[in-house]
Design a protein around this ligand. Structure first.
Ligand code: TMP
Ligand code: MG
Length: 215
């Protein structure tokens, strides 16, 4: 095409229950992409730095209470408010590594078991957002994550709830997700992530279209 822009970046998403090792893997991946000269940024959702993110932060730290639908919509709005910037970066050739995204939105809210906030409803409000080129799902037994340091401070960090979240992730995962056993050492996980990411970064650069949620 005459007006071919820069090769687009890939949208890589890490998902999993709390304390499964996402943040560590995200940082390791970012470092390795940058070493290879791949333009990349690491973002996390919720983005607690925005106005909406500030409300979410208060809720998670139990300083504010909000009903389940209201806080769900805030998490959703927090992604939509970043949509244009995400699309601009991807189109400009930057690969985005996301520590949680819409898949967390569905898994965590659906885990609450509120009838009008089921998985179908949760998916529907994500529409218009870009779909991940790759979802890396770090699967971990909640008994193990609960035993890791730092668990227990925020609102959802309760063993029984984390079990429900894990089962929602199980229902959401499709054959395209890279499901990894997160009880492995970080270096082993890192190598498996790197191989899969390299493929999708190449495919994105070669012109594979960015998908849309929910597809
Ligand atoms: P964090 O621990 O990765 O900062 O995420 C904060 C918590 O928010 C975590 O327990 C998962 C939860 N969450 C949702 O409930 N819905 C969402 O849409 C997102 C992105 C996170
Ligand atoms: Mg957390």
């Amino acid at each position: 095409p005459a007006l071919a822009g820069p090769r687009r970046g890939a949208l890589i998403v890490f998902e999993g229950i709390d304390r499964c090792g996402k943040s560590t893997q995200c940082s390791l991946l970012l470092e390795s992409l940058q070493k290879q000269g791949v333009p990349a940024e690491l973002w996390r959702f919720p983005d607690r730095t925005t106005l909406i993110g500030g409300l979410i932060n208060e809720y998670l730290q139990k300083k504010a209470s909000l009903n389940d639908a209201a806080v769900h919509m805030l998490f959703v709005a927090n992604r939509h408010e970043k949509r244009d910037e995400m699309l601009r970066l991807l189109a400009g050739g930057t690969t985005l590594v996301l520590d949680r995204y819409s898949y967390s939105g569905v898994a965590y809210t659906a885990a609450k078991g509120v009838p009008h906030l089921g998985p179908d409803f949760c998916r529907s409000v994500e529409s218009g957002l870009p779909a991940a080129d790759l979802v890396v799902y770090l699967d971990l037994d909640p008994e193990l994550s609960a035993a890791r340091g730092g668990f227990g401070g925020e609102r959802y960090e309760k063993l029984e709830f984390q079990k429900k979240v894990r089962s929602q992730y199980g229902a959401l995962a499709d054959g395209r997700w890279l499901r990894l056993d997160a009880s492995q050492p970080a270096e082993l996980l890192q190598a498996q992530v790197a191989a899969a990411v390299q493929r999708v970064v190449e495919q994105a650069a070669a012109g594979e279209q960015l998908g849309q949620l929910w597809d």
